[in-house]
Every structure is written in C-alpha cells, then in structure tokens.
Design a binder for this molecule. Structure first.
Ligand SMILES: Nc1ncnc2c1ncn2[C@@H]1O[C@H](COP(=O)(O)OP(=O)(O)OP(=O)(O)O)[C@@H](O)[C@H]1O
Length: 255
C-alpha cells in the first residue's frame, strides 16, 4: 500500500479553478518536490493534503484511509505534519512550549484529568516533555529552549518550526518553502538538515520549494504544476530539460 495516494483532486475557489485533477502516489521513504511558478496551486495542494481545505473533487488516501473531510488535527493525528510558507510559531511562548503544544492534538486525557492533575495527565505531560527535549537535542536547538521565537534569527525559527512538525513523529512531513527568506549559508545548513532528518527519522518528505538548488540536490522525484495543472513529473535531470517546464518558468519569448 502506498503511504499517500491522491487521485484526481481539484479545488475551486468561486470561479477560479486553483487545482485541476491532481494525482500523485508516494511510497514510504521518498523525498519528493512539488514545484511551479507563483500562484500555480502548490500551497493549495498542501492545504488540501493536510485537511485545511476540503477538495471540491477527488480522493486522498493516507495509509489506505480516506482523509477527505477530516479536520487538520485529525490528519495530523494520522501522521501528516507540515510547516508553513510564512513561519507559524507562537512568538510569545518559549521554543520548548511551542514544541510541547504541538503534541496536544492527541493527549489521551480529559479536561477533568488536567484539573485534578491525575496520573494519566502527569504521565502524558511527562511523555510530551521528553519527546520535546529529544527533538530539540536532535536538531541542536536545546540552547534555545527558553527563548521566545521572535527573538531568534530567522534560520533558527525555521529549524524550530521543523522541530515542531517532527515532534508529532509523522510518517509524512510537508515542508512549504523551507528555504524562503534564508541567506545562502542558512540554505546550505537547511539542505544538510533535511537530508539528515530524512535518513535519521526514516520519514517521507514532500516539499514545495522555489530554490532549485535545494530541490535538485535533495529530491529524487519532482512534480511540476502550472495554473493548477500537472505539466511534468520526473527526476531532477528530466525536469531540468523538460521544454514545458522551461516554458512555464521563463515564458515563450525567452525560449
Ligand atoms: N483561500 C483561497 N481563496 C481564494 N483563492 C485562493 C485561496 N488560496 C489560494 N487561492 C488562489 O489559488 C491560486 C493558487 O494559489 P497557491 O497559494 O496554491 O499557489 P502557490 O503555487 O502556492 O503560489 P506561491 O508560489 O506564490 O506561494 C492562486 O490564484 C491563489 O490566489
């Protein structure tokens, strides 16, 4: 069974067809990219896959289960974690609390348990704390655990966001433009980090990225969309030489 299978997924926003009959199949362990010019529909694909939008048409099967109609926290609970194009962290909570709070989609205790501080509550909170500390240590972020994200350099904030996504122990990690806003040294660090995470956590990664250096270095398979339609899929080499892709990025007049 494929880890993720999307079949003929489309999304309309009023009269705009933002995505048209998008299909993809992932096997466990892949590192895959979704690319395309601005406004092509890439983030829409991630919003649909992670339950932020419900597709107008189509099917999404994750580990064989249909996820269409599930809420984002339910999709997270099944094992899909994501980061956002514009970093979304709680800027007035510490780094550690940001990681801890992300695990609260699946607590296993009730409000009553938390009020009386039952054994169930204390046990779950201890597990959450342990996981958060382990992730921070693995990503070399322990020294920032008591800092507020807003006081940290942008590259570190990106890393914290990735740590937060990883803390739910996902099977599939969606990274929406992880290199956006990073300087070239941070981009190199990010490439190393993603490669390391992919191997060390043994997870499947799907990324949207405009920086071709990142995509071409990391991904074994690339899918290209333009105006909501799939125009190409293949290896980095095939994509680089694909005339439809070149045309979509550069326009007819530049070919
Ligand atoms: N919630 C929404 N309501 C209406 N239109 C939307 C909504 N979300 C996206 N769109 C439109 O759908 C199209 C695809 O947008 P999307 O953000 O998916 O593109 P993208 O490929 O991620 O672009 P970029 O690379 O610039 O981030 C755009 O025309 C956008 O304006």
């Amino acid at each position: 069974m494929s880890l993720l299978e999307i079949k003929n997924m489309s999304q309309n926003f009023g009269g705009l067809r933002a995505l048209s009959e998008f299909s993809i199949r992932f096997e466990r362990g892949e590192l895959m990219a979704l690319i395309g010019p601005n406004g092509a529909g890439k983030t829409t694909v991630f919003n649909l896959t992670s339950g932020f939008y419900k597709p107008t048409e189509g099917e999404i099967l994750f580990k064989g289960q249909n996820t269409v109609g599930l809420k984002p926290h339910q999709v997270t609970g099944l094992g899909i974690a994501r980061t956002f194009q514009n970093i979304r962290l709680w800027h007035d909570m510490t780094v550690l609390d940001n990681i801890r709070i992300s695990q609260h989609h699946n607590l296993g205790y009730s409000l009553w348990d938390s009020l009386i501080r039952s054994g169930k509550y204390l046990g779950a909170e201890a597990r959450i704390e342990k996981t958060a500390m382990e992730i921070l240590e693995a990503l070399d972020l322990l020294e920032y655990r008591e800092e507020l994200p807003k006081n940290l350099p942008y590259g570190i904030q990106r890393k914290v966001e990735i740590a937060r996504a990883l803390s739910i122990k996902p099977d599939l990690l969606l990274l929406d433009e992880p290199a956006a806003g990073l300087n070239s040294a941070d981009v190199q660090e990010l490439i190393r980090l993603i490669r390391w995470i992919h191997k060390e956590f043994d997870i499947t990664i799907w990324m949207i990225e405009h920086q071709m250096a990142v995509v071409m270095t990391l991904c074994s398979r690339i899918k290209v969309i333009d105006f909501g339609k799939t125009i190409a899929e293949g290896t980095p080499e095939q994509i680089q030489n694909n005339p439809d892709v070149i045309k979509a990025y550069l326009g007819d007049e530049n070919i």
